[in-house]
Ligand binder design. Sequence first.
Ligand code: SF4
Length: 272
Amino acid sequence: MNGSSLKKPSPTTNFENILALRPPIGGWTPFSSIDDPGHLSTVLFLEGCPWRCGYCHNRHLWNHRAQTDIHQLRAFVSHLENRRGLLDSVVISGGEPTAFQQLPELADSLRSHYRVALHTGGAETETFAQALPFINWVGFDFKTTWDNYSQLTRNNQSGTNGQRSLECLLASQTPYEIRTTITPTHHTQEILLNMLDQLIALDIKTWFLQEGRQSSRKRMEELDELLNDAFIDQLRNRADDSKIKINMRHADGSQSTLTHSEQRLGYSSDRS
Ligand code: SF4
């Protein structure tokens, strides 16, 4: 489905709609300057995810509670009402927010007063496509090569859905960021090169590679070995040839650009 083909309804104006939708709130962060780049945002974490990535740091959000935490939801809505004009955007994250079938209605309810950003891997393509007309920016999680998705996520449908969702995103003209969290247990140099080829085939212009938080010194050493200088040269050369930019978010919070120039930038991020 092409999200851009959906008609945009007129914006709603009442945050009460959000209470009525009862989104499965798993938590929220009042202020963030990094989750919607260039915008001061508040982040809503939704419960529910059909995938089971081995490196997931949000396992507590995998399953819904029996009932929405209405007190937490009221506090979130109150924050939105009180900070109107002071905050730029609401980031809907998770879990996997497309697992909430009324995500389009939720985004529509927010957008009359806020810019809306979405963090997703595109697990539920239909919901994602229907939500896109109400979304201003997407941070899209490209986890591995499409044929390796089921192994990483332990969900047989994940590669198909992830690929279809990314195609919907590209067709929609919605601004986005494609990012991959690298873990030595799930990524090899060959996989990373194949992922680059898949992004090149889609004419993606920029790829953000993020060094995942590692659980031990041994894992950190494995990550260093995976991203050794010879491999980085290989990655850079292939990317430069195809004019795709690769930005690296390092585990220490800094960022560098791998392609064209190796300029180290001051940057703080705790995204994983
Ligand atoms: S898609 Fe995200 S929330 Fe779901 S298991 Fe993977 S990392 Fe965790």
